[in-house]
Design a protein around this ligand. Structure first.
Ligand code: ADP
Ligand code: MG
Length: 861
């Protein structure tokens, strides 16, 4: 099988290598022909529908001492003497034709001795058409209406098929007609009077049901004869010289791109009907016969090969024309082979060159047998012996059926007459062996990826169109156009118009006649064209008038449509606007989202910061609280310490002062005693009518009276007379402000301002006599290192002796503190309240009174 669409991909499955290829054995059928009228003894017996039995003729048995036994042979099927041509066709050839239509290759050959009925089986006899005409009939019945126009498919001389356009095909048709100058092939059933008419037994029902109607088909036939291992083209258009016959040109075999063998340059005739195909075959047959006679050949010694090639290609998507693509063309072929008689040379009384030729013929059949044997051995034993296809033309030609794929069938023809017995035995052996050979099953046809039913739809459309045209009175499709086509096809081709003889009075008249005929047809065509044009014009006018009435309606519709379109347009703009807006909003949302995210991030970081700071604050607070507690402790400790210290010092001072006072008292007592002794025993005047003596007054002043605070000798009565006290209301108190020169000037805000004061650095009697009050500014270093100013206040009394005495009544303490000094800090940390810049302490009067009489007062600024 050839498939151009497969390109150069080898189609030959390597049978010896791949075992998964599906294979079928060669179908071997046996046909027994009836005994001839002159023959009496029958040595073949049909046992069953698949088995025969050979009986050795009586003469042979007698001669060879029972060497020949009765042998049985089995086949795919055995056809007995009563089997008709039709039955044989149905069983053997029909499946092959079916395969051919399904793009699968087939090979059918007849084998047997001369006279066994090979030609009868293949070609048939008048009234009894053989497998060949019946196969053609079935093929054309199947593809009949789906055939492409002539020359649409065109052999490419490489065993492939090209495809060309309808126009190119038409031009080629006309060219061929003019060249051949012969009347075209008569239409199919018009040839009843032909000599082979009886060979074709047409039967309408004989057709394939699996035809693809969406394909276009074309059939090409070729016919070759292989004689003496030479191939001759039986359809070659060579002028046969009857005077000096020259031997026909032999052909060579070539392999195509799909590894199929073909006869190079072999004529392939495109045929459109069974009759035409058979006519071609018959022509070849005649030629063969003539050549055999002329060249003195033994006709039974030649093999004839009739090849039916079917090209098919899918219709385009419209179902109108064939798809103009060579790759889509599928080609399949069925070879019908009538082999030469298989008998050995000795049987024919051949001599000379004919003997040699016969040897060669035997040689080809011998090669066939060898090939089958080796094939069988390779397949059965797994060996890889080389099959000698090339040893003969016959085996070489069919090489790819066995090496590649295809369907192979063989009909073994048997003449049961006793004379043929020995040859028949050989035939049977070969047949038995052959049916053990397996051939790869052809693959299924390719699938076209186009919708099915294209042709049907296109036809329906055309029918509907012509119906409507008819309704309107227009040209009918298949009417006018068919007539036109007929006219075109009937244009006679121009005869040869070469004038070689001046007396030639035939060429020119013939030419004139043809030209006149062509002119007439041309006129008819012109008329036809004018007629059709008029019809079309009339229809157009009608159509126009119909259109104008419809025009208003259409106009209305159009305006409505325009309105709608406007509305749609407006809506579209609105939609666009909204879309833009939504896009803007989306953009804004996007930005806002981003901003929100940023803010949230900020918020988070700030919160974190805040938390950190709060933690720090808490830490600081707790630290401070801890510090405060510590400080408080320290302050309390220090306060206690200092209180104790102060108390201790005060006690020490008091003790010291008491001691001093006691010493002074003692001195005074001694002094008194002295004084008393001096006044010779006078007592101390009870009243002071006398003015005290100056020196004593002076003494008094220098030693101001101070009562000892000694607890042991506490005076209950002041040493002065209170009655001598000046009235304060009489003109305000007058102060003696005693400020020793050693005093430091302090830069304090609170300075005691004493009105009506007489400021002295050393007290004198004069000043004291004028005043009622005395104040001493005494400065000393306090325990904390600060200067402490004490205002020691006292009342001035006139002594009995006329002197002045001062009774100390009050001590005010002025103290200045530095804020950074630890003592102050301690004070601020105490529970006593806010820090004081200055303390003024009013102490209990010391002079003349015991501490129990004193009071303590604290003033705050
Ligand atoms: P082959 O081609 O094998 O040499 P043919 O086909 O020429 O033999 O047959 C020889 C003769 O036998 C022919 O006249 C043919 O009509 C006749 N014949 C062969 N087979 C049959 C058959 N099955 N029925 C009737 N006649 C037959
Ligand atoms: Mg024959």
């Amino acid at each position: 099988m050839q498939r151009a669409w497969k390109g150069k991909t080898p189609r030959r499955p390597a049978l010896k290598k791949t075992n998964n290829v599906e294979k079928d054995p060669v179908g071997v059928y046996c046909r027994i022909r009836p005994l001839g009228a002159e023959d009496e003894e029958c040595c073949v017996e049909m046992i069953s529908s698949s088995t025969i039995q050979l009986h050795a003729p009586d003469g042979l048995k007698a001669n060879r001492n029972g060497e020949y036994k009765e042998t049985q042979y089995s086949f795919t099927k055995v056809f007995g003497i009563n089997t008709g041509q039709m039955e044989l066709f149905e069983d053997v050839a029909r499946p092959l034709v079916e395969d051919l239509i399904q793009c699968k290759n087939g090979l059918l050959f007849t084998y047997g001795v001369t006279g066994s009925g090979k030609t009868y089986t293949m070609t048939g006899s008048p009234g009894e058409g053989g497998l060949l005409p019946r196969s053609l009939d079935m093929l054309f019945n199947s593809i009949g209406p789906f055939q492409a126009k002539r020359f649409v498919f065109k052999p490419d001389d490489k065993n492939g098929i090209d495809i060309q356009s309808q126009v190119d095909a038409l031009l080629e048709r006309q060219k061929r007609d003019s060249q051949q100058s012969v009347p075209k092939t008569p239409s199919s059933r018009q040839k009843a009077d032909l000599e082979f008419a009886d060979m074709i037994t047409p039967e309408e029902s004989r057709k394939s049901k699996n035809i693809d109607e969406d394909c276009s088909y074309s059939v090409f036939v070729s016919y070759v004869e292989i004689y003496n291992n030479y191939i001759y083209d039986l359809l070659e258009d060579a002028q046969f010289d009857s005077v000096r016959p020259k031997p026909p040109q032999s052909r060579i075999l070539r392999e195509d791109q799909n590894h199929n063998m073909y006869v190079a340059g072999c004529t392939e005739v495109e045929v459109k009907s069974t009759e035409e195909a058979f006519e071609v075959f018959w022509k070849g047959q005649k030629k063969r016969r003539i050549a055999n006679t002329q060249l003195n050949r033994e006709s039974s010694r030649s093999h004839s090969v009739f090849t039916v090639k079917l090209a098919q290609a899918p219709l385009d998507a419209d179902g109108d024309y064939i798809l103009q693509d060579k790759n889509q063309v599928n080609v399949s072929q069925l070879c019908l082979v009538d082999l030469a008689g298989s008998e050995r040379t000795s049987r024919t009384r051949a001599e000379g060159s004919r003997l040699r030729e016969a040897g060669n013929i035997n040689q080809s059949l011998m090669t066939l047998r060898t090939c089958m044997e080796i094939l069988r051995e390779n397949q059965m034993c797994g060996t890889n012996k080389m099959v000698p296809y090339r040893d003969s033309k016959v085996t070489h030609l069919f090489k790819n059926y066995f090496d590649g794929e295809g369907k192979v069938k063989m009909i073994v023809c048997v003449n049961p007459k006793a004379d043929d017995y020995e040859e028949t035995v050989l035939v049977m052996r070969f047949a038995e062996m052959t049916q053990e050979v397996e051939v790869a099953r052809p693959v299924d046809r390719p699938i076209y990826h186009l919708a099915a039913g294209r042709r049907h739809r296109n036809q329906a459309f055309k029918d509907e169109l012509s119906r409507r045209l008819e309704e309107r009175g227009g040209p009918v499709n298949g009417g006018d156009s068919a007539l036109m086509n007929q006219l075109i096809e009937s244009l006679p081709a121009l005869p040869p118009c070469e004038l070689v003889d001046p007396t030639d009075d035939q060429t020119l008249p013939r030419l004139i006649e043809v030209l006149e005929q062509r002119h007439r047809i041309r006129q008819m065509m012109t008329e036809q064209v004018t007629h059709t044009a008029n019809k079309v014009k009339f229809m157009l006018q009608q159509f126009d008038s119909q259109m104008s009435s419809k025009d208003t309606f259409v106009h209305d519709q159009q305006s409505k449509l325009n309105e709608k379109e406007k509305v749609i347009l407006n809506q579209k703009t609105e939609i666009e606007r909204l879309e833009k807006k939504s896009k803007t909003l989306e953009y804004k949302i996007d930005i806002l989202q981003k901003t929100t995210e940023m803010y949230e991030q900020d918020k988070r970081s700030l919160q974190q910061e805040l938390e950190g700071q709060e933690q720090m604050l808490q830490k600081e607070l707790s630290e401070r609280r801890r510090m405060e507690q510590r400080m408080q402790g320290v302050v309390t400790d220090t306060k206690l310490k200092w209180e104790k210290e102060c108390e201790r010092r005060v006690n020490a001072k008091q003790l010291e002062m008491q001691n001093k006072l006691w010493v002074k008292d003692e001195k005074l007592k001694q002094l008194k005693a002295i004084v008393t002794e001096n006044s010779s025993g006078g007592s101390f005047p009870p009243e002071p009518p006398k003015k005290p003596e100056r020196p004593s007054r002076e003494r008094d002043h220098t030693m101001p009276q101070k009562r000892s605070a000694s607890p042991t000798a506490l005076p209950t009565v002041p040493p002065v007379r209170p009655t001598h006290r000046r009235s304060r209301s009489a003109g305000g108190e007058k102060w003696v402000d005693h400020k020793p020169a050693s005093n430091l000037e302090l830069d304090t805000v609170m300075q005691p301002i004493i009105p009506n004061a007489i400021k002295v650095s050393t007290p004198n009697e004069k000043a004291l006599s004028k005043c009622h009050k005395y104040v001493l500014r005494h400065q000393e270093l306090a325990s904390d290192g600060e200067i402490e100013t004490k205002l020691i206040k006292g009342d001035v009394f006139k002594t009995r002796g006329g002197g002045q005495a001062v009774q100390f009544t009050d001590i005010e303490t002025l103290k200045q503190e530095c804020p950074t000094a630890p003592s102050r800090k301690r004070r601020s940390g105490s529970d006593e309240g806010p820090a004081q810049t200055e303390d003024i302490e009013n102490r209990a009067p010391v002079g003349g009174t015991s501490s129990s009489n004193g009071y303590q007062k604290r003033r705050r600024p």
